[in-house]
Design a protein around this ligand. Structure first.
Ligand code: AVJ
Length: 329
């Protein structure tokens, strides 16, 4: 039942600090300073994100959870699975698997034959998830795979079993459209004809709903954003004074793109020892730390155009805040 495959572990461990240094240096040398959002998720960032998911203003997680809770039978129908054919349910970046549990429950209730294969870069997250599932749903076969998404998919491609790929939580929203397109194209190269991609995206909606989700009244999202500077202080021996930066979310309602910035509240210099460089910030200068793209059918269609996927179906929550798309290869 248990099986953990470790892919290129040495490689990924060796390069983590070097990669962090390089990307921070590159980002802070651009004319519009940027820091990649993937670096939010250290131990403190992981904990803050769990808090974000429970905030009253952060509708994203709740909306998708509603879909899985109320409509898992519709999801299974839309995926057009065959009850008698074994398939692999592969989740990219599984996290705590909260939403997926609802689907696993329904699949096993309906006697589908499958393995659940959560894929993550974090071995720690996978072990927690596996333990939790083995305890709560011991009848479900969980096969965790640690590593890069595409390497794992490539290794699974050969077995020819039908596959359903889950990529939930609007995680794709952190990618600019051209990057999302390459991501989906890579995904399609590692799948076989007829395989399905189940993609969760946040839908375009008014600023009055989106902005508070990234600017909650308790200041958790601000702390989450500022933790990026604290992490640079901790891991790269920098002297960012956190109180001299403030969290600033923006939302372009027409385009459907939310952005998060850290704004320098005064003119200041910051020394990053491990990069051995001083970075200058003007008063009011912004660092772009995250984009959270919101979708509609048209935007997704445009991204899919150059990939091998087409939209087969979409399932939304009651308020139509969130959509899970069934894409077929
Ligand atoms: C995990 C990327 C979906 O963009 O909504 C939440 C991350 N950032 N609050 C999002 C996030 C600030 C989240 N995603």
């Amino acid at each position: 039942m248990k099986e953990t495959v470790v892919l290129n572990k040495k490689e990924s461990q060796k390069s983590t600090l070097e990669q962090f240094k390089k990307e921070v240096n590159d980002g802070l040398n651009e004319s519009l300073k940027t820091l990649p959002s993937k670096f939010f998720y250290d131990k403190k960032g992981d904990a803050l994100f769990v808090e974000i998911m429970h905030l009253p203003e952060y509708y994203v997680t709740r909306s998708e959870h509603e879909i899985f809770k109320d409509k898992s039978a519709s999801i299974i129908k839309a995926l057009a699975l065959d009850q008698d054919t074994y398939f692999e349910l592969i989740e990219l970046g599984a996290g705590d698997g909260m939403k997926t549990k609802e689907l696993l429950q329904e699949l096993s209730r309906e006697n589908y034959k499958f393995d659940y294969i959560p894929v993550d870069i974090s071995q720690n997250a996978l072990e927690k998830l596996e333990k939790d599932l083995n305890q709560k749903m011991p009848h479900i076969a969980v096969k965790t795979k640690q590593g890069d998404y595409f390497e794992v998919l490539e290794s699974l491609k050969e077995n020819q079993h039908p596959k359903v790929i889950l990529f939930l939580g609007s995680n794709i929203g952190n990618m600019p459209d051209d990057v999302a397109e390459v991501f989906i194209a890579n995904l399609s190269e590692n799948l076989n004809f007829g395989d399905k991609f189940f993609l969760g995206v946040d839908l375009i909606k008014p600023a009055a709903i989106v902005l508070p989700a990234y600017n909650d009244s308790k200041g958790v999202t601000a702390a989450f954003n500022l933790n990026l500077l604290e992490r640079i202080n901790r891991e790269l021996d920098a002297d960012f004074e956190i109180e001299n930066f403030k969290h600033q979310p923006e939302y372009d309602e027409k385009q459907g793109i939310a952005t998060s910035f850290l704004v320098s509240t005064k003119e200041q210099d910051v020394f990053i020892k491990k990069i051995n460089k001083i970075f200058h910030f003007a008063k009011g200068e912004k660092i772009l730390t995250e984009i959270s793209r919101k979708y509609n059918d048209k935007i997704l269609d445009k991204i899919l155009k150059k990939t091998a996927f087409v939209i087969k179906d979409r399932i939304t929550d009651r308020k139509k805040y969130f959509a899970n798309y069934v894409l077929e290869h």
